[in-house]
Design a protein around this ligand. Structure first.
Ligand SMILES: Cc1cc2nc3c(=O)[nH]c(=O)nc-3n(C[C@H](O)[C@H](O)[C@H](O)COP(=O)(O)OP(=O)(O)OC[C@H]3O[C@@H](n4cnc5c(N)ncnc54)[C@H](O)[C@@H]3O)c2cc1C
Length: 477
């Protein structure tokens, strides 16, 4: 995604009628764009594809999640066995096609009741069975001293033992970028900071009114097929929005393992190694029904108190205060009744009555499969020769293209960085990991502005945007 390509892409989007336009530069929009583009390329079938992202890439749930590629141990509890089996299959696929982005992570699951030893052993045996053939399938049941040897900071008063098992962690933003980059290499016209404002149908297909938030220009895009991968922003899908929040701490885990723990109500919580040098610990997540609309997402005091309480209970001598936090919305395909934790993470891919293909629900872990299914449906409707061409389970994802040396220049030249937030949250991928001070932000704005020709006012705007939109709605409580 070269520097000049954004302007070129906007021109293409404005002037060339498309076959497919995807809305949303999260993992599902990126994955579906890549899948369609690879098929078209392999079959030498012309397919003009575009993708719009209204903000920075991965600015929705895809960049603010727990970064786990996992089967979801807890779904065994709700007997959602197919979901777990499917996710574990995808875990194996992603490890194969993106070993530079997806890494195995050892977990310790401590318990305080002897009955849990039996329950966890049974659950993990099933988990291992579903992951058959994978080296990650094995688990060990450990006595308390061994659990403490693995994680000396563990301070559960009635610790009886622990289970050791494996899942994976992903560089989530880089995974979105890798999909976008491959899509761009195969001809997809991609633009960030460009929002689809409204869309309507006529006899030739869709007309989408879009706004380029950088250039300030509005224009119309024509496309035969419209794919909505806007997550929590999806219109008319009747999704249940469930907020999940995390606290970021200076590292208090002493061992190499991540820790997961089922609280008194049976909710799972993760304590994860975090940050480039594992210098932080991430604690999350919560699950709270969210009623305020997708643009207003912030951690409540109750969520913060719950997470801090869990740290105090499991790691009573941690002795650290959170340095950051972030929240995002899970757009679930599930009824609003019942607990948010138990609500299914299954996905849905289907047309609205008007014919917009919506990709909703699911997990980051299952994005590749969801993208394949969405691409099949698009192909069946507008490019039948491409239906059933399944390439992404075998085709390695490229590495993202970071700058060797000057990361700011690299972000601008290769990742379409246009705003300060692109540097902090896409290129740096560390935006949530420290409380940015004004001098920090000014220094970055100066460096970026020097390359992009910003005047003082634009620099001030960019800093204010970060302070208002990123820091204040997510204060460290
Ligand atoms: C707290 C939390 C933790 C999670 N942890 C995990 C985990 O550890 N493992 C896992 O597998 N899954 C996890 N998930 C689920 C996972 O993050 C989501 O399933 C996945 O990221 C959804 O991706 P998406 O592309 O559908 O949506 P999003 O990532 O939300 O992307 C939608 C994009 O559409 C853009 N957009 C919106 N409106 C428009 C418009 N009009 N025009 C153009 N663009 C628009 C938005 O800006 C956004 O970037 C978690 C979710 C949450 C909330």
């Amino acid at each position: 995604m070269e520097r000049e390509s954004r302007a070129r892409n906007l021109e293409r989007l404005r002037t060339e009628p498309l076959d497919v336009l995807l809305l949303g530069g999260g993992i599902n929009g990126a994955g579906t764009a890549r899948d369609l583009a690879l098929r078209a390329h392999a079959a030498s079938h012309p397919l003009r594809i575009g993708l719009l992202e209204r903000g920075r890439f991965a600015s929705g749930a895809s960049g603010r999640n727990s970064h786990l590629i996992h089967g979801g141990l807890r779904y065994l509890k709700y007997l959602q066995l197919n979901l777990v089996r499917e996710a574990l299959r995808e875990r194996a696929v992603l490890l194969r096609i993106a070993p530079h982005l997806v890494r195995p992570l050892a977990f310790l699951l401590p318990f305080e009741h002897s009955l849990d030893r039996l329950r966890y052993a049974a659950g993990l045996s099933l988990y291992g069975l579903f992951a058959r053939g994978s080296a990650l399938g094995r688990h060990r049941m450990l006595p308390a001293p061994e659990a403490l040897r693995i994680e000396p900071a563990l301070g559960l008063a009635g610790l009886r033992g622990g289970a050791e098992f494996h899942d994976c962690t992903v560089d989530a933003v880089a995974m979105v970028l890798a999909n976008l980059e491959d899509a761009a290499t195969h001809g997809v016209a991609i633009a960030n900071h460009c929002q689809a404002l409204s869309w309507r149908r006529d006899h030739d297909g869709w007309i989408v009114d879009a706004e380029d938030h950088i250039g300030g220009r509005r224009f119309a895009i024509r496309a035969r097929k419209l794919v909505d991968a806007t997550g929590a922003w999806m219109r008319g899908a009747g999704l249940r929005l469930v907020r999940g929040s995390h606290l970021v701490y200076p590292r208090f885990l002493q061992g190499d393992h991540a820790v997961c723990w089922f609280d008194e109500r049976g909710r799972i919580l993760f304590f994860l190694p975090w940050g480039r040098e594992r210098e932080l610990t991430l604690v999350g997540t919560t699950e709270v029904d969210h009623d305020e609309g997708p643009d207003k997402v912030a951690m409540s005091h109750a969520e913060a108190a719950y997470l801090k309480g869990a740290v105090a209970r499991v790691f009573p001598s941690a002795g650290v205060r959170p340095v950051g936090c972030f929240s995002a919305l899970r757009p679930l395909v599930a009824a609003r009744s019942g607990s948010a934790s138990a609500a299914s993470r299954r996905h849905h891919i289907g047309n609205t009555p008007q014919g917009v293909l919506q990709i909703s629900g699911g997990k980051f872990t299952t994005y590749r499969l969801m993208s394949e299914q969405a691409a099949d449906q698009v192909a069946a409707e507008i490019a039948p020769p491409l239906e059933g061409i399944h390439l992404t389970a075998a085709q390695p994802l490229p590495g993202s293209n970071p700058a060797a040396g000057d990361w700011i220049a690299g972000a601008i030249d290769h990742q379409m960085a246009q705003r300060l937030e692109d540097l902090l949250f896409v290129a740096g991928c560390s935006g949530y990991e420290r409380p940015w001070s004004r001098p920090d932000l000014e220094e970055l704005a100066l460096a970026m502005g020097a390359r992009l020709g910003w005047d003082n006012r634009r620099m001030e705007d960019e800093i204010t945007r970060i302070e208002q939109q990123i820091c204040r709605p997510e204060p460290v409580p």
